[in-house]
Design a protein around this ligand. Sequence first.
Ligand SMILES: [Fe+2]
Length: 260
Amino acid sequence: MSIKQNSRRDFFKKASLSGLAVVVSSAFTFGSKSKSPTIPAENLGIAKLGDFKLTPQSKQNPLPYAYGDLEPYIDARTMEIHYSKHHAAYTKNMNESSSSTDYAAKPLFEVFAEMGKYPVFLKNNAGGFYNHLLFWTILSHGTGQAPEGRLATAINDTFGGIEKFKELFGTAGKKQFGSGWAWLSVDAKGKLVVSSTANQDNPLMSTTEIKGVPILALDVWEHAYYLQYQNRRPDYVDSFWKVVNWKEVSRRYEEALAAK
Ligand SMILES: [Fe+2]
């Protein structure tokens, strides 16, 4: 492997790991034998694939907001089912399918970086686990309606302004055929890039065409909006901007750059 390849891989690894620190400490437990209720950020990079699990929803809502806090833009019932059923299923499937395998001992991001080597079932479920982990953190009601600081500057420089960026990102989500995601990522050169992926693929996977460290994600699977919006995905995408947690997106952007 060349120095350039090593450097690039290291960038993705560092940036990916640092970007998960907040959500992991607030929402997820790590390791059935661990006495700690959270995953220390520095441990995520060495965490085994099969050691991630969701906090039981029945005991306490582990999301950093109540299910109904995103209303009227995303309804409480959708949030509840999305988290406690869909995300829980991806996590369970990821754990069960990887147990007793060689790759169960591999860090999640190393698996993503070698995704083509692994079964599609693992790709779908490990992707579903991580993508939702990211998605929950970049949602919040009343945390600010626009990016600030260096992220705002980068969006202006790259896309020609926040409205043009929203149009580009929104179109990526609206036109993604079938189930998938829209992304804003930081690529290996530190540049912002908008993309979309099918299914539960993400820009960290070696199998994905447009790669980067994702800092903003939009779930456009029907399970994310159908109860409230039915077939009106464009309306859901437009409402998404009302609940973006730009502070978290900015934090992820800064960490992605710092890890470069
Ligand atoms: Fe989803």
